[in-house]
Structure formats: structure tokens, C-alpha cells
Design a protein. Structure first.
Lengths: 119, 807
């Protein structure tokens, strides 16, 4: 994947859909960081792999229908908005993810630029 | 002496030094904690402040940790400089400095002396010999407990509140106990003659003999110099080899005397709790206010609340307290407050039921009450006495009180005397926070977190707020308010086989997911291992069979039964460490070897090359059975602990449990394998094995309860397995055995595990054991998904074909 294609918000192939079991996550390198991709009962979700608390691997967390819990210290994040759910605190970035012909593809969301500028 | 100028200007935030970490010192800190001041708390005892009021619980098996008033994090969070095992040896009120025995000098703008009291020991011949104790601190309790094991008879000198509580605790340890009292009635300071006459038989019903009007003149010793008997005035004797002296307390005033403060029976304070030195205050059992030294908790809290204002130069005046006492002895309800006697008094007395209720008036106002056997309405009466409420018809008030519910209490009536929490604060917390259980209300408001005697009122207030709805229990799934029992019943009734099916049936586990591992355990336990395993319901540790570390790597602990290994195993471990450049190899506390810093992708290959089965060190499961060398090599060994330990580990391994289960088998009571502090501990003794359960040596430290003593290793193993199964079936998820045993009581555990149900427990254990996976690490050959041990963009390190099957 090229940096240019990521910046241009093109879909980038990151792996096989079959490699992520139901209600589990797996991480992958994308745009210079690790992203955790989750298979939900009705679709897919992708967020930063590293927990903003102490860098715990969110892709290894316990997944419910709309959230994931960090395996290190139980911080909980929405898989829809990326917001922290169990308490106030910084959230995680949400990426766009889709399945095409058994392949998983990631893309930077449009709102991402604004987020980055704000941060 | 002039009060100003105070040197507050020197430091913008006044520095307050609290000397003494008892209930008084803690109460002062609680009051000052959110105020603008810098707090230092100096505790002489080697513990953070604990609830001395409930000291008796230490004799019935509670741990000191359970009595600790606040965790160490509380002090850190509130910026309190707390120092334990530290004594203030000198204090200069003028200079505002205090020296510690550690050689430190602390500066202060205000000092509050909360030095408490020590037990009063009358100067009797023999009172210093081994076997004679006071009942004042945790160390005393330890010594009493140590002696209670071998004591034939105990005597408690002193029939006051403390003496009766000590006697009850001793009797509960199955030591025949006599209370020896100088006066002609028990608790003469709090009770009138009629109440005391009813109290004595009630105490005797608990197995404590009461000996009134006996003046102890000395302690007689045996030929080894240990206490043997009490000698009384008149020449009679009472055999007793364990003696507790509980005749009263003496204020600790040494420091105050040395620095020249005015001291009578206690450190004399004015209505602002100020001593004769203007920058020095005193609160609690060390202080004497208007000629009175209070030795009970409620007045101490009242003093602390006023002192917290006056040390910061705010107005406040302490006018004294109404003394009130509540006997904390199971089966005897007794509350007394204010005057026990007076000309104007009404009473109802029923010698058959042992009930006595009395109200004393002074100048037409409520002045005192004694309630024995039936303490209904005590809060209402206490409130009237505290406020000296006018009473037109005392008999009517007594009658009303017996009908009173918490709803009748005025909003500002104090419900929790220990922590000074009024009804309004409790009700507001319930409403604002939507609290659903007494446990929650206690945790949030701290009402009931002291001696606990007001918990029934707290529950009643909660019931009123919840309009009679039942309290919320402990939920396995809090999102859907489902208890373990409800979910287990649902699994049985609907024959559910998996966490997903539970979720589809009632929603549990679908919202936050936190309870999914608990649901996974539940469905596996209820269905005795014949459930559908879903990895998404398991914590990452149970998906990859290794323990996740703070950097996302994993640790690998192979099984090493009984802590016994071989040169061959050690060689393979060493080879693996070299080949995979494992950053750390560590001997664990469980007598095993831990390989730390392993990447997920390396796990299958490492397991393959180790050729040893999983040690389940990552799971809520049976971990390990530690052993000592026992009769194999040890010259003291009484039992073959290694053999029994290995057999026990083989019998238990692979079973999942509500929380981790650690075990040990030790070959003699020297306890080198630390079996006393394990979830299940077997100790070889002369002629058999002791079985301990519910021990802990983690964040809680608790010696296990002796479940039983058996004559053979086979019996010991059988009892241990029956207990394990009982725990698997009945504990809440994430409830360790020590918490479970404390919650339900060892008696109930004993009834089930040793009773008629034992054979069925063993049968169910066998079924569950037969369904266990003997070694989850074999998933290296048959992973449940292609990337079980990898990420989307990585692959597991190649695992060769199994070499000659399992080694």
C-alpha cells in the first residue's frame, strides 16, 4: 500500500476476511500505525489497535456487538464512534472498513483530516 | 494565652499534623481531606488506620485488611502524607516542629493529638506472665488466637462492653470462657440493674459463664510459669490458662505531659478541642473535655468534626456528646444511650423473652434509653435523646418507637454513628445515583461501613426509596440485571449450549461484553463441559492459552506437577530460551518456570519444542499444587507431600473455576509449601492430613479454614476434590475461595462437602473432569482458526509435525 493512495482515501487491501473470526479482532499495519479490524455480527469495524491508556492491544480485547474492552485494564471503546465508554477519557480513531470478494479493505475516513488538524 | 498571631502567613496552605492513626486520627483526616490544608498523618502502629471497634472480628477469622478504614491509595489520592510505624518523640508547639523516632522533623501550623489509649492493666501479682493478654490491637488478637488453640479454659477480667465482646469471641472459638466482673452487674456504666439482670442469662446462653462480684487478686502459674488460674479475694480460684484483661482504658498522655500540656485523666481540651497550647488540639480517647474522657466512637467523630473547623480558625464549639453503646455480640441485641437511670423513667420488662425497653427523662425531655432484646426504634430514640426532645407521654414514645420504621426518622437524624452519616445524605445518594443494593449504598455513602450495626436501617431506607422492590443482587450481567442463578436456570430450562444462545435468549453479554467470560464459565459448568465453546467469549489468555503482559507479549508456563522437574525438561526449556531469545526466564511463586516476553506468533512453536503440557497459568482454572519434599527427603516430614501433591494436581488440572485456584500440599505443620494460605491446602500431621480451604496470600492475606482432618491421603484428596466441585458450582464468577468461604461461612461449606452430598459432588467432579481438554497447547497442531496465533499481516512460526506423539 502506498502512502499516496492512503492519503487520497483509496481503499487498501489488508487481508482475508476469513482470518478474523466472529466477534474477534486482528491487527494490521496501515498508514504507519496498527489498526484493529473486528468482525461484528452485522458487519465490520476498525479502530486504532493501541489503547490510549497504556498501549494495550485492543485487537485482543473482548468484543461485544458495538464495543471492545482492552485486555490490559478494561478501558472500553465504542466500535462505532471510537469514544471511551466506561468512563471519561480519550477515545480512539475509527477507520472505514469493507469486505469485497472475501478480502478486507481499509480507508481513512474523510473526517480524519479534521481530527488530525484538531489534535 | 493569646491565640494570635498564628504563623499561617508563613505558609499559605496551613500544615496540619495529625499524631495518631486510630479511629480519631482517621476521623480528623476524613473531615479535613477536602479542605485547603496540607495533611500529615503519623501512625505509630505498623498499619494504616483500621476499625478498632470491630477488633473482635479478628478473633473470628477476619483479616486486618478487611478492617482497614481506607486503602493506601486513598491517602495518595488526597495528597495525605501518611507514615506508619512512626512515633512522634518530641513536639515543640512554639516552633511548630515535631520530631519522629526515625529522626525526621515535621513542621506544622497546627497539630492534632489523637494518641488514643492503651488497655488498663491493674497491678496484680502474675499479670505479666505468658497466657495473660489485653484486647486492644491486632497483635493482641494474634497472641490470643495462638493461645486459644491450646487453651483449656479462658477467663476475661472485666464485664463491660469490651470484656463481653472478647468473651463472646473466645467462646466462639470453642474455648470454655468465664467473664469475671468486680461489680454486682454487667456493664454497670451503661445499664440499670433490671437490664443487667436480664443480660447475664442472655450472655450465658452463648456459652459464656458470668461470675459477678469477684475481685481478682492475682494470676497463678504452672511450673513453666504460664497462667494457670485466677485467684480471687476470699481465696477462691478459677482455672484458666488463657486470660484476657479488659477492665478499661487509660488515655495516652505521655507526649502531652512531656511538652507541658495540661493533663488530668486525659489531655484537657476546651470547647474548641484546643489544648493548653494554642496550636495543639486533641481529639478522641486521649482528650478530656469538661471532665469526660470518651472511649466510644460516636463522640470521637463529633469531636473530629468540630476540630476540623477550629484548627482552620473557623468557629465551632463542641458541647459534649450523649454516650451511646451497642453490644456487638451475635444473638444479644443491646443499645444504651445517655442516662440509664433517673427518677422519671418508664420501662417495659419481659423476663420470659429477655426483653427490656426503658426511656429516661430529665426535666420532661428525653435523656436516656436502654433497649435489650428488642432494639426496634433505637435510632428514633437516640435522635430524641441527642436533641433532648420534649416528651409529653414517655410510654407512648416507647410504644411508637417499637413500631417506628426508618421512614419516621427525621431527615437530619444520624443513621451511621461510626461515620456520622445522616438519613438525608443516604436518601439523596440513593435517589441521585439510583443505588439498588445495600452493598452499593454502603460503598457510596460509607453509612454502615463502620461497625455495621446500622446496616438494617440503611437497607430499610433503601427499601422505602425502592417502594418495597427487592434489593438488587450481585449480577453476573449488570447490563441486563441477570444473576448467576437466573442465568443458570435459563441455561438448564432452555438447554442453552453457548454464550451466543444465552445472548439471544435474554440479551446478556451483548451490550458491554464484560460478562462474556463469566457466561462462558457458567455454560461450561452447568453443562458439565458439554457446551459449545466460543472463543469470542473468552479473554485473550484463553484464546491463545498464554498470559498477556503489559507490552502485549505473552508468558508461557508449562505444567510442572508438584513443582517437580527433570534434567530433560530443564534442558528443553533452556534450548527454547536460547533459540527464541526469550527476554526473561523466571521461577514463579507456584514452583514453576515462566518464559516471559513471547510473541503470539511464537507460541505454537515454543510449545512444540518444550513438549510439556499447558500449566493453565493464564486461566481462571486450577493453577498448580505446590509441595515440599515431605517424607522423600525431609527429616521432619510426616506425610508424602510430593506424591499426594502430584496426584492432586493431576486430578484437578484442566478444570476451569470461578477464579484461579492455587493449592499446596505440605509434609508437616512447618508448612514449607505454604498450604495454610492456599485455596486448597493439605497439611500432613501425626496420623493424618488436615484439609484447609479459603486461604489467600495475595492482596488479601487469610489463613484457610480447617475444613476437616482425615486419616489417609486418599480421603484428603477426595475432600479436596469435593470442595473444588462445590466451589465451582456455587461461587460467583471472579469470587476467590477466601471470599466465597467468608460469604457463606465454613459451617455451610462443611455441611455440604463433608455431608451426604459428598458422593454426588465427587460424581459431578468426575463428569466435569472427563470433559476437560487435557492440553490446550495441542491446538498448535489444530488451531481453531487460521490466524489463532497471528495478526492479519503475520503468520505463526512454523510448527513441525508432532514427533512421536506427546512426549
Amino acid at each position: 500500500m502506498s502512502v499516496a493512495s492512503i492519503r487520497n482515501r483509496e481503499w487498501v487491501l489488508v487481508g482475508r476476511a476469513d482470518d478474523v473470526p466472529l466477534l474477534e479482532g486482528r491487527s494490521v499495519e496501515f498508514d504507519g500505525v496498527r489498526i484493529a479490524v473486528f468482525r461484528l455480527p452485522d458487519g465490520w469495524a476498525a479502530i486504532d489497535h493501541a489503547c490510549p491508556h497504556r498501549g494495550g492491544p485492543l485487537g485482543d480485547g473482548i468484543v461485544a456487538e458495538r464495543c471492545v474492552t482492552c485486555p490490559l485494564h478494561n478501558q472500553r471503546f465504542s466500535l462505532v464512534s471510537g469514544e471511551r465508554q466506561d468512563a471519561d477519557g480519550p477515545g480512539v480513531r475509527v477507520y472505514e472498513v469493507r469486505e469485497r470478494d472475501g478480502q478486507l479493505e481499509l480507508r481513512r475516513p474523510a473526517a480524519f483530516e479534521r481530527l488530525e488538524t484538531a489534535a | 494565652m493569646s491565640l494570635s498571631p498564628f504563623p499561617f502567613a508563613a505558609s499559605p496552605t496551613p500544615r496540619v499534623l495529625v499524631v495518631g492513626g486510630g479511629i480519631a486520627g482517621q476521623a480528623v483526616c476524613e473531615q479535613l481531606v477536602d479542605r485547603d490544608c496540607a495533611l500529615t498523618l503519623v501512625c505509630g502502629e505498623p498499619h494504616l488506620p483500621y476499625d478498632r471497634v470491630n477488633l473482635g472480628k479478628l478473633l473470628s477469622g477476619a483479616s486486618l485488611a478487611g478492617l482497614t478504614l481506607r486503602p493506601d491509595t486513598w491517602y495518595a489520592d488526597h495528597g495525605i502524607d501518611v507514615r506508619v510505624s512512626t512515633w512522634i518523640t518530641e513536639l515543640d508547639p512554639e516552633a511548630g516542629t515535631a520530631g519522629t523516632d526515625k529522626g525526621d522533623v515535621l513542621s506544622f501550623d497546627r497539630a492534632v493529638l489523637c494518641t488514643g489509649s492503651t488497655a488498663l492493666v491493674p497491678p496484680l501479682p502474675g499479670v505479666e506472665v505468658p497466657g495473660v493478654h489485653v484486647f486492644r490491637g491486632p497483635e493482641d488478637c494474634e497472641r490470643i488466637l495462638a493461645d486459644a488453640g491450646r487453651a483449656e479454659r479462658a477467663a476475661v477480667i472485666g464485664g463491660g462492653l469490651l470484656g463481653l465482646e472478647a468473651a463472646y469471641a473466645l467462646a466462639s472459638l470453642n474455648v470454655p470462657t468465664t467473664v469475671v466482673h468486680l461489680m454486682d452487674r454487667l456493664m454497670e456504666r451503661q445499664l440499670d440493674g433490671d437490664a443487667a439482670a436480664l443480660l447475664a442469662p442472655a450472655i450465658e446462653q452463648l456459652g459464656v459463664e458470668v461470675l459477678l462480684e469477684h475481685r481478682t487478686e492475682g494470676v497463678l502459674t504452672d511450673d513453666r510459669g504460664r497462667a494457670r488460674a485466677l485467684r480471687f479475694a476470699g481465696g477462691t480460684q478459677l482455672d484458666a490458662d488463657l486470660i484476657v484483661v479488659a477492665v478499661g482504658i487509660r488515655a495516652n498522655t505521655e507526649l502531652a505531659r512531656e511538652i507541658g500540656l495540661r493533663v488530668e485523666r486525659g489531655i484537657v481540651v476546651d470547647d474548641q478541642l484546643r489544648t493548653s497550647a494554642p496550636r495543639v488540639f486533641a481529639v478522641g480517647e486521649c482528650a478530656e473535655h469538661r471532665g469526660i474522657v470518651h472511649g466510644i466512637v460516636a463522640p470521637i467523630r463529633e469531636q473530629a468534626a468540630i476540630a476540623a473547623r477550629t484548627v482552620l480558625d473557623e468557629s465551632g464549639s463542641y458541647e459534649g456528646s450523649v454516650p451511646s453503646a451497642r453490644l456487638k455480640v451475635m444473638g444479644v441485641e443491646l443499645v444504651s444511650a445517655g442516662d440509664a437511670e433517673g427518677e422519671h423513667a418508664v420501662a417495659v420488662r419481659d423476663a420470659v423473652t429477655g426483653t427490656y425497653r426503658k426511656l429516661v427523662l430529665r426535666d420532661g425531655r428525653a435523656a436516656g434509653a436502654v433497649l435489650l432484646g428488642d432494639t426496634r426504634g433505637s435510632d428514633l430514640l437516640l435522635d430524641a435523646i441527642r436533641n433532648a426532645a420534649p416528651v409529653a407521654d414517655p410510654l407512648q414514645l416507647l410504644a411508637d418507637a417499637s413500631q417506628a420504621s426508618a421512614a419516621d426518622l427525621p431527615d437530619d437524624a444520624r443513621v451511621c454513628n461510626c461515620n456520622g452519616i445522616c438519613k438525608r445524605a443516604i436518601v439523596e445518594a440513593i435517589r441521585r445515583r439510583g443505588l439498588g443494593s445495600t452493598q452499593e449504598v454502603v460503598a457510596v455513602t460509607r453509612a454502615g461501613a463502620g461497625c455495621g450495626s446500622c446496616k438494617p436501617v440503611v437497607s430499610e431506607l433503601l427499601a422505602i426509596e425502592r417502594e418495597g422492590a427487592e434489593e438488587e443482587p450481585t449480577y453476573l450481567c449488570p447490563c441486563h440485571k441477570q444473576t448467576r442463578e437466573q442465568l443458570a436456570a435459563r441455561v438448564r430450562a432452555e438447554e442453552l449450549e453457548s454464550v451466543s444462545e444465552i445472548g439471544a435468549s435474554c440479551g446478556a453479554g451483548r451490550d458491554c461484553g464484560a460478562c462474556k467470560p463469566g457466561l462462558a464459565y457458567l455454560v461450561s459448568e452447568v453443562r458439565a463441559g458439554r457446551h459449545r465453546e466460543e472463543r469470542h467469549a473468552r479473554f485473550i489468555n484463553d484464546r491463545v492459552h498464554a498470559n498477556i503482559q503489559n507490552d502485549g507479549t505473552f508468558s508461557v508456563v508449562p505444567r510442572m506437577r508438584g513443582g517437580v522437574t527433570s534434567a530433560d525438561e530443564l534442558r528443553r526449556i533452556a534450548d527454547v530460551v536460547d533459540k527464541y531469545e526469550i527476554p526473561m526466564v523466571k521461577v514463579t511463586g507456584g514452583q514453576r518456570i515462566d518464559l516471559l516476553g513471547v510473541r503470539k506468533e511464537q507460541l505454537p512453536a515454543i510449545w512444540e519444542e518444550l513438549g510439556m503440557p499447558s500449566g493453565h497459568a493464564y486461566a481462571k482454572a486450577v493453577r498448580t499444587v505446590k509441595t515440599c519434599v515431605g517424607t522423600d527427603f525431609c527429616r521432619f516430614g510426616l506425610g508424602n507431600s510430593i506424591k499426594l501433591g502430584i496426584e492432586l494436581e493431576e486430578a484437578m488440572e484442566g478444570l476451569y473455576t470461578p477464579h484461579k485456584v492455587k493449592s499446596a500440599v505440605t509434609g508437616c505443620p512447618r508448612n514449607c509449601a505454604e498450604a495454610y494460605v492456599k485455596d486448597i491446602g493439605l497439611v500432613a500431621v501425626e496420623g493424618g492430613w488436615e484439609v484447609y480451604v479459603g486461604g489467600a496470600a495475595g492482596s488479601s492475606v487469610r489463613k484457610g479454614d480447617l475444613l476437616t482432618v482425615v486419616t489417609s491421603p486418599e480421603r484428603a484428596k477426595r475432600v479436596a476434590l469435593a470442595f473444588l466441585q462445590h466451589y465451582r458450582e456455587n461461587a460467583e464468577y471472579l469470587e476467590r475461595t477466601y471470599a466465597y468461604v467468608e460469604r457463606v461461612g465454613i459451617t455451610r461449606v462443611r455441611d455440604t462437602v463433608l455431608g451426604d452430598g459428598q458422593a454426588e459432588l465427587i460424581e459431578r467432579y468426575r463428569i466435569a473432569k472427563a470433559a476437560t481438554d487435557p492440553d490446550p497447547w495441542l491446538e498448535r497442531h489444530r488451531p481453531v482458526s487460521a490466524k489463532q496465533f497471528a495478526e492479519l499481516d503475520s503468520d505463526p512460526v512454523l510448527v513441525g509435525p508432532p514427533v512421536g506423539g506427546m512426549r
